[in-house]
Unconditional design. Structure first.
Length: 127
């Protein structure tokens, strides 16, 4: 009976040794996975920091571009207003020019002098 107990005890010791060996391998794989996971987390953390920096730089650049665009838009609006005013003023000038030309022609015809006078034709415009 003692012999059978010794054999069973030996098998139990061998089974425990195999279990410890399998457990040791699993722990070493888990430790390796932990190191790989740690390095992956570190790389991702650096990438997130870099992306955050790039995003803040992009926001600053977009803000600068938006303010510059707003300034240019305001300038363009004021120039457009001035151009509209000038065009309106020029339309009034052409009517006044035509009236002044007609008066001048009447004065020349009334004076009937022998002087050569240059008369600008208001109907013909130079482009």
């Amino acid at each position: 009976m003692d012999f059978l107990a010794d054999i069973l005890l030996g098998f139990g010791a061998i089974a425990a040794a195999i279990y410890c060996f399998v457990l040791s391998r699993k722990l070493s794989k888990l430790r390796g996975l932990d190191q790989e996971l740690g390095s992956a987390i570190a790389v991702l953390s650096r990438q997130v920091d870099e992306m955050t920096r790039i995003l803040s730089l992009a926001r600053e650049t977009a803000g600068d571009a938006a303010s510059e665009l707003q300034e240019k838009t305001d300038t363009a609006t004021s120039v457009a207003d001035r151009l509209e005013f000038m065009i309106a003023a020029l339309q009034d000038v052409t009517d006044l020019e035509r009236v002044a030309d007609e008066r001048f022609e009447e004065e020349v015809e009334n004076s009937r002098s022998e002087v050569n006078v240059f008369i600008r034709n208001a109907a013909r415009k130079v482009s």
